[in-house]
Structure formats: structure tokens, C-alpha cells
Design a binder for this molecule. Structure first.
Ligand code: ATP
Ligand code: MG
Length: 721
């Protein structure tokens, strides 16, 4: 088998062969990125079939995404002694698809709420009915509920020590009630139903145990408790379980993943053999080195240092553009040059980003410069985002009050619901004859007085927009529609999604700033949408050569010749939702909370590690100096990893080096004055940065070091150091 593999150009190392040869009993392979974990799973599957004559039907391979399962099947089909029809009989599945099929077979017929959009609508309605619409974000609630459920805490047993906990419990109970009344389940329910089913139907469990005699799980570090319990039940009689993973790549903690499961595997399965892989076959040596440096600073991990096998041709490149627009320009030019010079094709490049709004500028630059791309990150374009679209629709209406779609788009901001709106939508013909179709809404029978008032106000607003600058309009509308919710509602401690909302609106403002009139802005948006569509059409037809864009989360397990990691700045990596908490942590919060913050920062660092270790040959890291007009420091993860390397200057006409670039050798210092609490004791140097004084007013003002009183003040800090 191994000789045939070598004929195919696959030379496994001793440790890998050891793992592939493993026949029975539990096996753990805990190893760093690109060390061949997935390859070992694939080869062991082939080995079991070709050498041990295991029936392919007896093998269960669990992977993380649909894309990964397809890739695995494809690789298995090409192994010695195997072919596509054999590979097709192996169950290579994601947790969800595997267990969904089982529960469907045993009579679970409820519809799945497969789009989070629907879950949001349901939760929004529940919140409104409870008078809590301003207190919580549906996204945040859903991920919290999901993480409880994935830790097998059901809604009845949620804690209710504080008022907030009681409130949350009530909301979640309502949500569950709604689902059962409407015959729906969500993705988390699939696993929980499967778990209960296996416990209640011994015959079903026994059938699964007898069928799946060899079970393998890839990316085990992101397994949550329900998934782990399910797997444990299936392998219980024979314990033929092989898991592979990397505790440094746990990036789904918000879904209940815990890297303790992989770290404690040998305690749950005391007979487990452990095989370590420490040679990276994926990346050029300088990239492997950078990955090691990035992750080294995490404290809660199993220490491992990867060795490289591939000599680097180039070092990872680091750029510090002035802002995201310049970042987009530099990267697009670089890609176009490389393609023009015949060094690369478009398909070699992948852009990785932390949150969706990071990609707006790059996508627009691609559209402008006709770079073919495919965005795996989000289904909709930036201007279609639910926060952004209503604002743009106002601009469209200012240009053309008869823009029917735009009227439809702003209905939610007028508190006009779907049913009321529907009448308007159906009455299109009459309405379109009016100069101001919006006025027509007034005459609808079930439009309430407050809605009429809103309508009048809004008409006035839209009429006044025409001469204004786009950025001023966006600023004033976001103040009116969203900022009150984002700023004043301090009661809601679950802020992560608010941070993302704020970021999205900031991004819109940055985009609007580039235009001096509504006409220009709206027509640019139209042009981007059209070109994007045309590009998608062109790509549907066989042409595969395109740049990919995706979030770091989606890139897990994958590899690409060239990776451009954009937005590697503080506030983005680590994300601001965590940083805000961190800034306050030393002075104001308890030990437990600080612990949580450290945990969150370590997860952010793991994301950075996953991002850089996706690159095979070339890696470009970019940290824009200004984000939405605010200066930002280089991501600490990058600074930690480039201790001696110069950080290049920011400024226009910057190139990626190796081309016609000139990189200044000194790191330029960017200073900023920040609010702070400063210790009044002469012998103490403690001070702590805060966002605003109002925020700090609420809590104690004693120095954490010497207990002397602290006073308000300001400090000058170097932000990129
Ligand atoms: P990740 O942690 O990112 O999931 P991984 O440990 O699963 O990475 P693989 O994806 O299996 O790593 O392998 C990384 C790359 O190294 C792949 O391109 C694979 O083909 C190659 N590779 C694995 N083992 C060897 C080997 N012994 N010789 C040459 N190339 C190898
Ligand atoms: Mg892998």
C-alpha cells in the first residue's frame, strides 16, 4: 500500500505511517497546522479497506464542512486499490448531515429553520411581545442559546440567579415553545434529538454500533459536548475511534466547542495511543516560523513547534496601508501584476478576513479592476446588508421618489409591517402613477396614526436629502435609526453583535465619504451590483480561475498558494468587542471576568494562527493604519510574531515588496491621546485606559496596585507599538 502511495508521489513519514497502520482501539493525533492530519485520515481509510479488507460501509468519517467531506471522498477515491464507487459507499459526513439523516429515518418530520434569518424574525417577535426589543440582539441570543444547548443544558435548567438570567430564560422558553407549536426544529435540535433518540432506542443505537466499526473525526478541537457524547455512544462497544485535531485551532468556542475535549481525550479513553506529527508539509519555512511565533504566546495550550520541510522563496510580506481603500488598491494591483507577469493565476489567491465588512473595499476594487472573484464569506453584497440597505434606499428615493423597490425597502424603518406593506406591494400599478407613492400609504385603512406621523416626517427628510453630501446623510440617518439603540442601551451586556453592527455602519460611512453627491454614490452602488452579477454569471460557466474571499472561520482545514490576510489591526484582530472589555478589565472587573477576557483573546490569537497557516507559498499581511477615520495599531498578534522585523511605513504608493518597493526600515510611531484613570500616588505609575468618563463613573476608582484613589486624566500612547 505504501509503495503504491509513493508511486503516486505521496511519501508519508514514519509517524504518519504509524497512524495509518493503526487498526483497533482509540487513537489521538494532536498536531499543528499542515502536518498531515487530514491526509492521515484519508490514507488510513484506504489502508483499512485495501489492506485489512474492511467493508467501506463500516467506516464513518466525520468532518467539519460539506466542502471538506467532498474533498475527502475525492482523495479517497484516488488511493491505491480504491475507486470512486468504493469511496461513494463510505459515510464521509458532517455531524449535522449524518444525524439529520438518522432522525429523519426514524420519523422526525419537522421542518428545519435552516436560515438564521427566520430564527431572527421569530426571536424579534418574541422580544417585541415581551417589550424587550431594545434590550437584546437576536444574533447574540441565538448563539448564547446554541452554546447552552451544545453543552447539553436545556432551557428548563438554565440558571436564574439574576434578573437578566431570568429574562433570558423566559425568552429562550418562548422561542422553544414557538418552535414546537409550529412544528419546527433548528440545527442544534437535530443533534439533541439524535442524542435522546439513541438513548431511548437501544435497538437503533446497537444498529449504529454494529454498522460503524471504524470511526474517525477530523478537526476534533472544534467538537462540542453533544457531538462528543454522540460519538462516544456509537464507538462504545469497540472504541475504534481515531480523532485528529489541533488545540491551537479551536475557533468555534461560541458554538460550544472546547479544546479540553481533545486535550483530555486520553483520560476518557485511557487505552488511547497518541501519535504526534510535527512536520509541516504545507507551507514555506518562513510561514511555518511565523505561525509558530503567532501561537507561541498563548498560555493554555499544548506546546508544540512545527518543523518546516519546504524552503522559502520569499518571506511573509507585511504592509501598512493608510486605510482600507488603499489596502484594497495595493492588493488588487499586486494580484493583477502577478497574473500579468505569468507568475500566478487568479485562482492562486485567497483573501482572508475577520468580519464581513472588512471585505467591502477589496470587493469593490476587484469589481472596478475586473478581477474575477468568488466570495464564500457572505451571500449578499455589502449594500444589501439589512442595516445598510434601508439607508441606501432613502438615497434612492431622494433621487427618484417613484423607485418602488426603495419604498418597499424602507417600510421596516417606518414600523410598517409585512402585512400592511403587502397591500402596498400588490397595489403597485395604482401607486406607481403617483408622484410620491409613499403618500399613497397614508390612505391605507389599517395604517395607524403614529405610522402616518412617521411617514410625514420621513417624506420631509427624504425631500431635504438631495443637496446634502452622502456621508452627512448616512451619519445623520444612522444617528436617527440605529445609534440610540447601539449607544444608550447599556443594560445589554451581550455586545458582540452590536460591535459588528457598528462596524458595518462605520464601513458604510467610509464608503460614502468618497462621493460628493447622492447621484454619484447611488450610481456607483448600482454599478458595483451590476458588475458583480455579471461576474457571477460569467463564473457559473466553467471558468474556475478566480480569487477567493472568505472569513478566517470558513478557511479552516483548507490551503491556498497565496493568502492575503487583510485587516490585521487592533479592533479587528483581536476584535473590538473583546478589546473594550479588556481595556476595563484590570481596574474594574472581577477575576472570573478577566479570565473570560483572556480566554477570548486567546481564541482571537488562534484565529490569527489559522489564517497565517493556510498559506502554502506566499503570505501577505495587511494592517490598515486608519479604520473609519480612527487610527489603529497593528494587531498585537502580528507584532508579537515580527519582533525584529520592521513594520513598513504607511502611505500611498506602497507596494508589496519583491516588486518595485522601498520599505522604510524604521517603524513609524503613531501617537494618540486617550482618556485614562491615573493613580494619584507619586510612587505608583498605574494608569488605565478607558473609553469615556461616563463609563467609568459607575465603578470603583481605587488603584488596583496601591489602593490610592485614581483621578481622571489623559495619556499619550504610541498606538502602533
Ligand atoms: P490543518 O491543521 O490545517 O487541517 P492538516 O494537519 O490536516 O492541516 P493536511 O491538510 O493533511 O494537514 O496536509 C497539509 C498538506 O501537506 C497537504 O497539501 C498534504 O497533501 C501535504 N502532506 C501531508 N503529508 C505529506 C507528506 N508526508 N509528504 C508530502 N506532503 C504531505
Ligand atoms: Mg486538516
Amino acid at each position: 500500500f505504501f509503495r503504491s502511495l509513493e508511486k503516486q508521489g505521496i511519501y508519508l513519514n514514519e509517524q504518519q505511517i504509524h497512524a495509518v497502520r493503526h487498526f483497533k482501539g482509540p487513537l489521538l493525533t494532536l498536531a499543528g497546522a499542515g502536518s498531515g492530519k487530514t491526509s492521515v485520515l484519508v490514507c488510513r481509510t484506504g489502508y483499512l479497506i485495501a489492506v485489512h479488507n474492511v467493508d467501506p460501509k463500516n467506516i464513518l468519517l466525520v468532518t467539519f464542512s460539506k466542502k471538506a467531506t467532498e474533498e475527502m471522498r475525492d482523495r479517497i477515491a484516488h488511493l491505491p486499490g480504491l475507486n470512486e464507487s468504493i469511496a461513494a459507499t463510505i459515510q464521509a459526513r458532517t455531524f449535522h448531515s449524518f444525524f439529520l439523516k438518522i432522525i429523519r429515518k426514524y420519523g422526525v418530520i419537522q421542518d428545519i429553520l435552516s436560515e438564521t434569518r427566520y430564527q431572527h424574525i421569530v426571536l424579534k417577535r418574541i422580544l417585541r411581545e415581551m417589550g424587550l426589543q431594545d434590550a437584546y440582539q437576536p444574533e447574540t441570543l441565538l448563539s448564547l442559546l446554541s452554546s447552552y444547548k451544545m453543552q447539553m443544558v436545556n432551557v428548563d435548567s438554565l440558571p436564574e440567579a439574576t434578573d437578566e438570567e431570568k429574562e433570558l430564560k423566559r425568552i429562550f422558553a418562548e422561542y422553544e415553545k414557538w418552535k414546537s407549536a409550529n412544528n419546527k426544529i433548528d440545527f442544534d435540535d437535530v443533534l439533541l434529538i439524535a442524542y435522546n433518540m439513541l438513548r431511548q432506542k437501544p435497538s437503533l443505537l446497537a444498529a449504529l454500533q454494529n454498522r460503524f466499526l471504524y470511526v474517525m473525526v477530523d478537526e476534533f478541537q472544534d467538537t462540542n459536548m453533544v457531538q462528543y457524547e454522540l460519538i462516544k455512544m456509537i464507538v462504545e462497544p469497540h472504541c475504534n475511534l481515531m480523532i485528529v485535531g489541533d488545540d491551537d485551532q479551536t475557533i468555534y468556542s461560541f458554538n460550544g466547542a472546547r479544546n479540553e475535549f481533545i486535550l483530555n481525550f486520553d483520560k476518557v479513553f485511557p487505552d488511547a495511543k497518541t501519535i504526534t506529527l510535527d512536520i509541516n508539509y504545507r507551507s514555506a519555512s518562513s510561514i511555518v516560523g511565523l505561525g509558530n511565533e503567532v501561537i507561541r504566546h498563548n498560555t493554555r495550550r499544548k506546546k508544540k513547534t512545527l518543523k518546516a520541510t519546504r524552503q522559502s522563496q520569499t518571506s511573509p510580506q507585511y504592509i501598512r496601508p493608510k486605510n482600507t481603500d488603499e489596502e484594497a488598491e495595493i492588493i488588487t494591483k499586486y494580484i493583477l501584476r502577478q497574473v500579468k507577469q505569468g507568475k500566478r493565476c487568479f485562482g492562486d489567491f485567497t483573501i482572508l478576513y475577520r468580519t464581513a465588512s472588512n471585505s467591502r473595499a477589496v470587493i469593490e476594487q476587484f469589481v472596478i479592476d475586473d478581477v474575477p472573484f468568488v466570495d464564500f464569506g457572505s451571500e449578499e453584497s455589502f449594500y444589501e446588508h439589512w442595516l445598510v440597505k434601508p439607508l441606501i434606499d432613502h438615497l434612492r428615493l431622494a433621487l427618484n421618489p417613484r423607485n418602488f423597490e426603495a419604498v418597499e425597502g424602507i417600510l421596516p424603518t417606518l414600523y410598517i409591517n409585512r402585512e400592511q406593506g403587502m397591500e402596498f406591494i400588490l397595489d403597485q400599478e395604482t401607486v406607481q402613477k403617483k408622484k410620491w407613492p409613499m403618500i399613497h400609504l397614508m390612505s391605507f385603512p389599517d395604517i395607524k396614526d403614529f405610522q402616518k406621523e412617521k411617514l410625514m416626517e420621513r417624506l420631509k427628510l427624504i425631500k431635504s436629502l438631495r443637496p446634502m453630501k452622502p456621508v452627512d446623510i448616512i451619519q445623520s440617518m444612522r444617528r436617527e435609526f440605529y445609534d440610540q439603540y447601539l449607544e444608550t442601551n447599556k443594560r445589554n451586556k451581550l455586545t458582540h453583535h452590536k460591535e459588528i453592527m457598528r462596524e458595518t455602519l462605520d464601513e458604510l460611512e467610509s464608503s460614502a465619504k468618497r462621493f460628493s453627491s447622492i447621484e454619484e454614490f447611488v450610481s456607483f452602488i448600482g454599478e458595483v451590483a451590476e458588475k458583480r452579477k455579471a461576474m457571477e454569471r460569467r463564473h457559473d460557466s466553467e471558468n474556475d480561475d478566480k480569487v477567493s474571499l472568505m472569513t478566517i472561520h470558513k478557511s479552516k482545514g483548507l490551503e491556498f498558494p497565496v493568502v492575503c490576510l487583510i485587516g490585521a489591526s487592533e479592533g479587528n484582530m483581536p476584535h473590538s468587542s473583546i478589546l473594550d472589555a479588556e481595556k476595563m478589565s484590570d481596574v474594574f472587573t472581577t477575576h472570573a471576568c478577566r479570565d473570560k477576557i483572556t480566554f477570548a483573546i486567546e481564541e482571537e490569537r488562534r484565529l490569527a494562527y489559522v489564517a497565517v497557516t493556510r498559506a502554502k507559498d506566499d503570505l501577505i499581511i495587511s494592517s490598515p493604519a486608519y479604520y473609519h477615520g480612527k487610527i489603529t495599531a497593528v494587531s498585537r498578534f502580528i507584532l508579537d510574531a515580527f519582533p525584529k522585523q520592521p513594520i513598513t511605513n504607511m502611505g500611498t504608493n506602497q507596494h508589496i515588496s519583491g516588486e518595485n518597493s522601498s520599505i522604510p526600515s524604521e517603524r513609524q510611531q503613531i501617537k494618540e491621546t486617550v482618556y485614562a484613570w491615573i493613580c494619584t500616588s507619586d510612587s505608583c505609575t498605574a494608569w488605565k485606559r478607558i473609553n469615556s468618563f461616563e463609563e467609568a463613573e459607575l465603578t470603583s476608582k481605587d488603584c488596583p496596585l496601591c489602593k490610592a484613589p485614581m483621578k481622571k486624566g489623559s495619556k499619550e500612547v504610541i498606538v502602533n507599538n
